[in-house]
Design a protein. Structure first.
Length: 260
């Protein structure tokens, strides 16, 4: 089923929104690479959920508002979006930068949420465990460091990139740098408040993640009470692409368990 694409305005900011499927709402927050298409993993999730995928302010076809300075600004924005769309009992899923954003939303309020899924989430810092600095990587380095399976990296690199896509990538990199340049991809205060997340939480990580190393999974697990960590084998930073069926399946099973 093809998703519905629309442009919606919330608190004065117009953003692009993709939506498809039926069931309870699942709000997916994308990472620093942005939102280009309705990806296969979104279609997979839409078989079990009403999947809502907004393109963050500052990314792609969405507006870049003057007020957008920090990840906290995005968190409050999405709290307004959730209120405006009248969403309840949401499965909130975030990947990488989007996982960081999902955690920032959840420490502020879980009233509208049913469960939380953080996939290879940025947002915290583990001493002695360096993240990959994708801000400084070339296009080839970025592709190769995303995946465990280098055939997938080669497929990505073989795809032609139009001028429009290059402009979008540049826009996404700029806003990602604004949100996560210094300190690199984390909020030094977030770890203090992760104990406020009082709902079922699933942490998903690839065992060969070169962007946010898998050691960040146990660190998050210690900070979020009762959270569950699942490691996906032979997988890099984007399990939603590299091991889509396993990744989506874990989310569906988790949501079913929460709903019992």
């Amino acid at each position: 089923m093809a998703p519905r694409e629309s442009f919606e305005t919330f608190t004065g900011c117009k953003i692009r929104v993709l939506r498809g499927g039926k069931g309870s709402p699942l709000l997916y927050l994308h990472g620093a690479r942005g939102l280009s298409v309705w990806a296969p993993f979104m279609e997979k999730l839409s078989q079990s959920f009403d999947v809502i995928v907004p393109e963050h302010p500052g990314f792609g076809a969405s507006d870049t508002p003057e007020w957008l300075d920090t990840i906290g600004d995005l968190a409050y924005f999405y709290m307004d979006v959730i209120e405006a769309l009248k969403l309840e009992r949401i499965t909130l899923v975030g990947s990488s930068l989007g996982g960081w954003l999902a955690a920032e939303i959840a420490v502020r309020s879980t009233v509208k949420l049913r469960s939380l899924v953080l996939s290879a989430a940025a947002g915290i810092h583990v001493k002695g465990l360096s993240k990959g600095d994708f801000f400084l990587w070339s296009r080839e380095e970025s592709a190769r460091n995303l995946f465990h399976d280098q055939k997938l990296a080669e497929q990505m690199l073989a795809q032609p990139v139009s001028d429009e896509q290059q402009m979008t990538e540049a826009k996404n990199r700029l806003i990602s740098a604004k949100l996560g340049w210094q300190p690199r991809l984390y909020n030094p205060h977030l770890y203090k408040w992760l104990h406020r997340i009082d709902l079922p939480t699933l942490l998903l990580w690839g065992d060969d993640d070169k962007v946010i190393p898998p050691g960040y999974g146990p660190a998050y697990q210690k900070l979020i009470p009762g959270s569950k960590l699942e490691i996906i084998k032979n997988c890099g930073h984007v399990p939603q692409t590299e091991h889509m069926d396993e990744w989506a399946g874990k989310i569906v099973v988790f949501a079913q368990e929460v709903g019992r």
